[in-house]
Design a protein around this ligand. Structure first.
Ligand code: SF4
Ligand code: SF4
Ligand code: SF4
Length: 227
């Protein structure tokens, strides 16, 4: 891994994910919803760089052992826009938005859906999940599902239990051949994710709902209607 790719793990978050790991995160899960995290992980999807190759979703499936028939990450393809030979496609990332104010956490009756107190990652404790599907109904982004193997609610966890534990970037971020994905601590002004957001206008999905998503998007110009 290059030095620049390691930068996101410096500071508070490395101690949080690397050292505390699974046990501490779960032990504190029930009191997690109202605690301001030590750091806040966020992701940027640069739609102008995305070529819709699906390397990200394939890597996600492999690293996180996502069963067939369900997805933690989908790349939605729209188009073609324009006329041959200048046709373009528009690719949108569909995955958990790691909402700062997460409806899934609010409705969970057992505390299985929780916001990690150290990283702000919205997680699922599969051992506490009773499969009631309240969280699936409450999620405005429709990214939760029942894992057919664990029978618990599941979704993107920013690779908290796999790649972050190894002090590596999320699988989708590492796999992307065009560097369309940037991940890091949004509270650290030096982080790569903050640098990208400072330098380029971005948008987030359904902000009118007050969920405060931590997945940012840099809009693709393709798909605009030319009058
Ligand atoms: S996108 Fe859905 S599953 Fe993810 S934190 Fe928000 S409400 Fe929860
Ligand atoms: S961060 Fe990890 S779990 Fe989330 S979509 Fe990327 S690879 Fe999948
Ligand atoms: S790997 Fe990168 S370029 Fe390919 S679909 Fe995913 S985000 Fe887009």
């Amino acid at each position: 891994m290059s030095n620049s790719r390691r930068l996101f793990l410096k500071g508070a978050c490395i101690a949080v994910v690397g050292a505390s790991g699974f046990t501490l995160a779960r032990a504190k899960s029930t009191s997690a919803t109202n605690v301001e995290p030590a750091c806040k992980y966020a992701l940027v999807h640069d739609e102008t760089k995305c070529i819709g190759c699906d390397a990200c979703s394939i890597a996600c499936r492999e690293v996180n052992q996502v069963p067939e028939g369900v997805d933690r990450l989908e790349i939605k393809r729209e188009g073609p826009f324009g006329e041959y030979p200048n046709q373009q496609f528009h690719f949108t990332r569909i995955s958990c938005q790691h909402c700062d104010d997460a409806p899934c956490v609010k409705v969970c009756p057992t505390g299985a859906a929780y916001k990690d107190p150290k990283t702000g990652i919205v997680c699922v404790d599969e051992w506490k999940c009773v499969g009631c599907q309240y969280c699936i109904a409450a999620c405005p982004y429709q990214v939760r599902f029942i894992n057919p193997v664990t029978k618990a609610a599941d979704k993107c966890d920013f690779c908290k239990e796999t790649r972050l534990k190894e002090n590596s970037l999320p699988a989708c971020v590492s796999a992307c051949p065009t560097k369309a994905l940037t991940f890091g601590d949004i509270t650290d002004p030096q982080s790569q994710v903050v640098q990208v957001l400072k330098s380029t206008p971005s948008y987030r999905s359904k902000t009118d709902l007050g969920t405060r998503p931590k997945v940012f998007r840099i809009a693709s110009q393709s798909g605009e209607i030319e009058l």
